[in-house]
Ligand binder design. Structure first.
Ligand code: NAD
Ligand code: MG
Length: 399
């Protein structure tokens, strides 16, 4: 019999950076949390090790062939974990009645449906998968509200903002006396590169983030500053903030994770070592604080905190995200889809770093922007934008 006092947690994207950090925090609090389900795309070896250690009730692989392999290997070690596969199963373990908390940490638009399922089922959602909000912000926020879910941002910037903004003012910035939200950006590995240098940067250089250890897609997004663009859109939906109320400031040390400025001139910031276990522990324990295993911040060692303006000429992806937010409707869905294709092509060395922004821009210009009505519509807008971006890259862009 399972202890009913334990909070049951589903981790979507368990084999990823956020998934592993979540399991690390959960392991430090075995008296509070139990792992209900773990999910992954196709990493059988990784899932086998996680299932052996955390004994979830369910393990879900996206691919059937991976599920068959995992099931065989789990049976061989006497595990009772039930193995499922496919998107419907991802949604099932997100909405299951026994689940209290869903960590949404799948990368990309693939995380949308399971996150929506958790929202409709009224779960506590720890949202790392920012693409859900970029692709379908209005529908997801509606689902959270109508499903009675609790949404806690895990992205470090939004988690920081959440921590320094009274919860009753989250969707009513003016009532809370908020003047603006200031999102910090590390600037990525190419912060000091000239335009000419950016044309020749390599994949290996782009994958070396100065401050954070993260999955490949978000690491490339950080290098292009599209990650910051996606986070501006994310902040718009989470905090009901207008584009003019969201400012991006480059802060190379990544110690201040973001700030909120109030009308009286106060700026509240959240600081800490760049370690995702802090926002994850905050989400798991909310409204209480949990130990996370993150080292104490040594301010004397850090000594100075610097700030500079982002350069949208060298990093046009940030501007493209603002443009999409201002355009509204399906524009952000298109930008997200084009960016996912651009990053995939860059990761496969099919296009150059600067091509990422041109591919997104060309896709946004070519696709019709519509008012958002249904999830099915957004899925087809996403598919069309991906198809266009792939075609455009094949025809016009080469490494
Ligand atoms: P990652 O690449 O390390 O892990 C991604 C996880 O998603 C893996 O478990 C993978 O198996 C699973 N996955 C991939 N494609 C899938 C698919 N099609 N269907 C089902 N599962 C799939 O990524 P990450 O760095 O952990 O990031 C996860 C999400 O969290 C992203 O949206 C990212 O933007 C966001 N995020 C990450 C960080 C960070 O520090 N890593 C910080 C803030 C936000
Ligand atoms: Mg972030």
């Amino acid at each position: 019999m399972r202890d009913t006092k334990l909070q049951q947690v589903t981790i979507l994207g368990a084999t990823g950076t956020i998934g592993l950090n979540t399991l690390d925090v959960i392991s430090q609090h075995a008296e509070r949390f139990a792992v209900f389900a773990l999910t992954a795309n196709n990493n059988v070896k990784g899932m086998l090790a996680l299932c052996a250690k955390h004994a979830p009730q369910y393990a879900v692989m996206l691919q059937e062939v991976s599920a068959i392999a995992l099931n065989e290997q789990l049976k061989a070690i006497g595990s009772t974990t039930v193995v499922l596969h496919g998107e419907a199963a991802l949604c099932e373990v997100s909405a299951h009645e026994q689940v209290d908390i869903v960590m949404a940490a799948i990368v990309g638009a693939a995380g949308l449906h399971p996150a929506m399922a958790a929202a409709h089922a009224g779960k506590r959602i720890l949202l790392a998968n920012k693409e859900t909000l970029v692709m379908a912000g209005s529908l997801f926020m509606d689902a959270v509200k109508n499903g009675g879910a609790t949404l806690l941002p895990i992205d470090s910037e939004h988690n920081a903002i959440f921590q320094v903004m009274p919860p009753q003012h989250l969707q009513h910035l003016a009532d809370g006396g908020v003047r603006k939200i200031i999102i910090t950006a590390s600037g990525g590995p190419f912060r000091k590169c000239t335009e000419a240098e950016l044309a020749n940067v390599t994949l290996e250089q782009a994958l070396k983030h100065p401050n954070w250890v993260m999955g490949a897609k978000i690491t490339i997004d950080s290098a292009s500053l599209m990650n910051k663009g996606l986070e501006v859109i994310e902040a718009h939906w989470l905090f009901n903030a207008k584009p003019s109320q969201i400012e991006v400031v480059v802060h190379p040390q990544s110690i201040i994770h973001s700030m909120v400025e109030y009308i009286d001139g106060s700026i509240l910031a959240q600081l800490g070592n760049p370690d995702m276990r802090t926002p994850i522990a905050y989400g798991l324990g909310y409204p209480n604080r949990l130990a996370s295993g993150v080292a104490s911040l040594n301010l004397l060692e850090i000594a100075k905190l610097e700030f500079e303006a982002p350069d949208i000429k060298r990093f046009p992806c940030l501007q493209l995200a603002y443009d999409a937010l201002k355009a509204g409707g399906t524009a952000a869905t298109i930008v997200n889809a084009a960016n996912e294709i651009a990053v995939e092509l860059f990761l496969h060395k099919k296009i150059s770093f600067n091509n990422i922004a041109s591919l997104i821009s060309s896709t946004l210009q070519a696709q019709k922007i519509e008012l958002v009505s249904t999830l099915e519509q957004l899925v087809s807008v996403d598919e069309e934008a991906r198809a266009f971006a792939r075609g455009y890259a094949t025809k016009h862009l080469t490494c």
